[in-house]
Design a protein around this ligand. Structure first.
Ligand code: BGC
Length: 763
């Protein structure tokens, strides 16, 4: 097959076994189901009501059993051949569980009626259950299941204002819970949600014995739920977010909807468990801590040792399955830096590993290693050394366990005898308008608001001599001519054209780039998104919907996430799409962010590791991964104009950290900047973050794309090294800037070169 045959000719060449289609194939759907079960978090299981004993009769309450939310809306949407809901999933477990059909069918009619009225999936009230049906259900069984679901999507945030009840149960849901708990002896709750919501209502209710966080589990989510309920699968998911007692307990809540124009990140580095485990009195606000999750079996950790190997610490732990059910356990390693002059979280995750499926009595030793320099804190004000990562002197404590709260101190400490700078960096992206930030004691440090002089960067590009004969891009691939010489033959108009996106070819629906026929540059198409390849269903192509990113992160299984990356990449390839616009790794800062489901976690270490695993899987198939949205896109309301006002330290330790891990570990070929503004500068024009941090400090050598249709100036983006403007560019803007001398040919060539390098990397 010729190089770029797929993007050029869009052939119909299936990639499955015996020339069968790989897109939406059984194998990928089975992988999706496996990931959905493995990301499921068992939150409560009093009296071992779960797994259900064989033949248990159940009455299922809640529209969510029919109106199953497989994932969120927008770029995270996936069009599939089917979506298996919870009722259907349970019905497939014939002989293992018996469902009171009349009740489920009553909900089915109700949901169909709501859809007919134009109501949106996951966004309508609960139905009242007629007294007679309730009585029949009670006669049928004493075991009830309550399903609660939530939907959110790109471009809007959720609220808790009475008209929209996201975090808390709505009145109709409360009514349903009251009815069920007063009529059934055994009550199980299933949560079909994209990220954290209220859990206190069942955690502290003795009438509810079990609760399962299903997340939004993709196209087989209903069957995966049934796998868990019947014990065909043992939940091994662990929370990647803290479940707090009330919405107001999250430190971001106070200002989340304060303004459409900005978000002040006053809590600074104290996001998620870094807040709840550190700030005095806040531990009591936690219902379920970060890292938490039960199993149908029990595990014991033993023989915990740690040692210093060169510049790393190696922790070894033996895990034994001490119960009667086969299962997997996740071991988490946290560190506590000494209380020094820089405020520090009490605990921070620095490593984790998951066991294989252990049979009862079986043991496995896990080895977890992390770099000592990763325990350093960023000093943005110069208390010790300005713009440096610093290991403050003192004792670094290591905690090992199966969630952040119960992880215990091990018999090993690492001591630093004097304050040590591990990295001297430069002050980039600092705030002008941040008035205060939280300290480790919960009080606020007042900050001075003052204008910041931004750094300038020179674009270095040496224009080559124009070759005598004309060369197509293939000549570069074949080594006949170098890339700079190829670029030398392009006119300025060619360069303006290449710096913007172009219309769809084949089944693409998110546009592409390249497409300069006279120079042999093929059309290179993109596809969303984090939960699976999003192709317009009008094409007739239906793909695999995997569980949402939150669920994938809850698996804590990097190999599995890598496999999903590979599977999705193959679906891209089969459909002649070259760039998969995933993973998305913004931070779960507030429960109300409309896109939480697309993102992994409140913790940048988990987010970075997951993103790296997915990127590795994708790029192993020569498909480009595109981690997004760089950075601080943690709110959807007015996302194209909202200014994320944030300290440099929080930026580096929390909001950029995941990207840093992903870039350094997995070398993505593309990164997408976010729509929002960061401390007064639009993300895609932010030369300090793009050139200073991403390229210079982290050594990123891939290309950078804007988000689709942002509000930034194309010329400023080129100057900043945001290589391409999607989904369309503005050649006229570039031409004017070039003619005015604001942009040089070098500026244009440097971005075009990175785009062409990406294209050359493709098959
Ligand atoms: C989203 C991106 C997405 C792009 C293309 C934008 O609205 O923010 O995440 O990849 O559209 O669909």
């Amino acid at each position: 097959m010729d190089k770029w045959a797929r993007p050029t000719y869009t052939p119909c060449l299936p990639l499955g076994d015996n020339r069968s289609l790989i897109t939406g194939c059984e194998k990928h759907i089975a992988l999706s189901r496996k990931a959905a079960t493995e990301g499921t978090v068992l939150l409560k299981n009093d009296n071992q009501v779960l797994p259900l004993a064989t033949g248990t009769k159940v009455a299922v309450f809640g529209k969510g059993q029919i109106d199953y939310v497989k994932g969120g809306g927008g770029s995270g949407e996936v069009h599939t051949a089917y979506i298996r809901n919870i009722y259907q999933g349970l019905k497939m477990k014939k002989g293992k569980v018996e469902v009171f059909d009349a009740l489920s069918l009553y909900y089915q009619n109700y949901v169909e009626e709501q859809y007919k009225q134009g109501k949106i999936l996951g966004m309508f009230d609960e139905a009242d259950v007629p007294a007679e049906l309730l009585n029949q259900a009670k006669t049928f069984t004493n075991t009830a299941i309550i399903v609660i679901n939530r939907f959110s999507g790109e471009g809007f945030d959720r609220k808790n204002d009475g008209t929209d009840n996201y975090f808390y149960l709505s009145e109709s849901e409360k009514q349903m819970v009251e009815t069920v708990t007063s009529n059934f002896a055994k009550v199980i709750v299933l949560l079909n949600v994209g990220a954290m919501i209220d859990t206190g209502w069942f955690a502290y209710n003795d009438k509810i014995s079990s609760a399962v966080m299903l997340w939004q589990g993709g196209m087989e989510g209903g069957l995966a739920a049934a796998d868990i309920l019947t014990g065909d699968a043992n939940p091994s998911g662990k929370l990647v977010d803290t479940c707090a007692k009330s919405f107001d307990d999250y430190p971001s809540s106070e200002g989340f909807h304060e303004s459409e124009d900005y978000v002040k990140y006053h809590e600074d580095i104290f996001v998620g468990y870094r807040y709840f485990e550190t700030i005095p009195g806040k531990k009591d606000c936690v219902v379920y801590p970060f890292g938490y999750g039960l199993s149908y079996t029990t595990f014991a950790l033993s023989d915990i040792t740690a040692c210093n190997v060169k510049d790393h610490i190696l922790v070894s732990v033996s895990v034994t399955n001490t119960g009667a059910f086969h299962g997997k356990e996740v071991v988490q390693v946290y560190y506590g830096a000494p209380k020094g002059r820089l405020d520090k979280p009490a605990k921070e995750l620095c490593g984790f590993a998951k066991t294989k499926d252990l049979e009862p009595g079986e043991s496995q030793t896990l080895h977890i290693t992390f770099a000592i320099e990763d325990l350093a804190s960023y000093d943005d004000t110069g208390i010790i050394a300005k713009s440096c990562y610093v290991l403050e002197k003192g004792t670094y404590t290591i905690y090992v366990g199966t969630d952040v709260r119960t992880a215990t101190i091990i018999d090993y400490t690492y001591t630093v005898s004097e304050d040590t700078v591990t990295k001297q960096l430069t002050s980039y992206g600092s705030p002008e308008k941040l008035d205060k930030r939280m300290k480790a004691d919960g009080t606020y440090e007042t900050l001075e608001c003052q204008p910041v002089k931004r750094a300038e960067f020179l674009n270095h590009y040496h224009c080559a001599e124009k070759p005598e004969e004309k060369h197509p891009l293939l000549d570069v691939a074949n080594g006949k001519v170098d890339l700079d010489t190829f670029i030398a033959q392009l006119t300025e108009d060619d360069l303006f054209y290449l710096l913007g996106g172009h219309s769809n070819t084949g089944v693409a629906n998110t546009c592409g780039m390249g497409c300069l026929k006279e120079h042999g540059i093929p059309p290179i198409m993109t596809a969303d998104g984090p939960a699976g390849v999003r192709i317009n269903p009008n094409t007739g192509v239906l793909t695999t919907a995997f569980p949402v990113a939150t669920a994938l992160a809850c698996t804590w299984n990097l190999e599995l996430v890598e496999e999903i990356g590979k599977a999705g990449a193959l679906e891209c390839k089969e459909n002649n799409l070259s760039i998969w616009l995933t993973p998305a790794l913004n931070i779960h800062r507030s429960p109300l962010c409309g896109r939480n489901f697309e993102y992994f976690s409140e913790d940048p270490f988990v987010a970075g590791k997951m993103a790296a695993a997915k990127t590795r899987g994708i790029q192993s198939q020569n498909i480009v991964a595109c981690p997004k949205h760089f950075a601080c896109n943690n709110k959807e309301t007015n996302r194209v104009e909202s200014d994320s006002i944030i300290s440099e330290r929080a930026l580096r330790e929390i909001y950029l950290k995941g990207f840093e891990i992903c870039v350094k570990e997995a070398k993505p070929r593309m990164i997408m900047t976010s729509y929002n503004i960061i401390n007064g500068v639009r993300a895609s024009e932010n030369v300090e973050l793009l050139q200073g941090v991403l390229r210079n400090e982290w050594g990123y050598d891939g290309m950078i794309t804007t988000d689709w249709g942002n509000h930034a100036c194309h010329a400023k983006e080129v100057k900043a090294g945001n290589d391409i403007k999607m989904h369309i560019g503005y050649p006229d803007v570039l031409k004017t800037a070039y003619e005015n001398g604001e942009l040089t040919r070098e500026d244009l060539c440097i971005c075009v070169k990175r785009i062409l390098e990406m294209i050359l990397w493709l098959d």
